[in-house]
Write a protein that binds this ligand. Structure first.
Ligand code: NAD
Length: 250
């Protein structure tokens, strides 16, 4: 698959599932060494064996700052530095306005916004000048999807971070970009809906709205992340790159 990430060291949060796992596989096949970070040890272990080589799994929660310290301590001990950070971990839960609980609000902001911000901030001391940071946002940054107000607001915050951090990190020549996937077939859909039947209906309705009339697969996002991670995108920073089959473009 080429070697455009040859010798690069990468961290992928949520690298044991869905988009993160597909990206970890692609990064390794393109020559990188990858650390995957996620909450559940058994899923991390399964991800590590699926990726097969040049991968280290670390268990932890992005919203726990001590876990993030441990993550980057391990990367420093093992490899000395970091070239690529894919801040991908996130959760999706929906509740319509009128039914939003304080717990719902706090949980999604804690993981998607606080967790992502401190993932990036705590990576900075070991991130090489000239490195690449990719943030996983969502089409929710610019579409109104019913019931998604808290989730979409967290993703709008993530998109905003890419703009500000592009400026904050410019002297170190670190590029910061956001990706905004449309509907991608990953386990995340089971957390948005109550059961399998609802999940299938939700997917069917979304597919109808997508110009390409299908969901994306995780590797279609991974290819874009790899582009933003590599020198192929050397003059690209601060953007939001949509990987959505056209959904948010029409
Ligand atoms: P997924 O559920 O397969 O993966 C999410 C990953 O994040 C898992 O590995 C999970 O363990 C990890 N994670 C969640 N909370 C965490 C925490 N507190 N600490 C550490 N890790 C944590 O779903 P996915 O679709 O691959 O989602 C990845 C990202 O893509 C998310 O940020 C999601 O919002 C975004 N996204 C997904 C879609 C889609 O349609 N699948 C669309 C737009 C954006």
């Amino acid at each position: 698959m080429g070697n455009k990430l040859e010798g690069k060291i990468a961290v992928i949060t949520g690298g044991n599932s869905g988009i993160g796992l597909a990206t970890a596989k692609r990064f390794v096949s393109e020559g990188a060494n990858v650390f995957i970070f996620g909450r559940r040890q058994n899923e991390i272990d399964a991800g590590v064996s699926e990726i097969g080589k040049n991968v280290i799994g670390i268990q932890g929660d992005v919203s726990n700052l001590a876990d993030l310290d441990r993550l980057f301590d391990v990367v420093k001990d093992q490899k000395g530095h970091l070239d690529i950070l894919f801040a991908n971990a996130g959760i999706a839960q929906f509740a319509p306005l009128g039914e939003i609980s304080e717990e719902h609000f706090d949980k999604i902001f804690r993981i998607n916004v606080k967790g992502l911000l401190f993932t990036v901030q705590k990576a900075l001391p070991i991130l090489e000048d000239g490195g690449s940071i990719i943030l996983n946002a969502s089409i929710g940054t610019s579409k109104g999807v019913g019931g998604s107000s808290v989730y979409s607001a967290t993703k709008a915050a993530v998109r905003s971070f890419a703009r500000t951090w592009t400026v904050d990190l410019k002297d170190r020549k670190i590029r910061v970009n956001a990706i905004s996937p449309g509907p991608i077939d990953t386990p995340i859909f089971s957390s948005i809906t109550q059961n399998e039947e609802q999940s299938e209906l939700f997917k069917k309705n979304i597919i109808n709205a997508v110009p390409m009339k299908r969901m994306g697969n995780p590797d279609e996002v991974a290819k874009v992340v790899s582009f933003l991670a590599s020198d192929e995108s050397s003059y690209v920073t601060g953007i939001e790159l949509f990987v959505d089959g056209g959904l948010a473009q029409i």
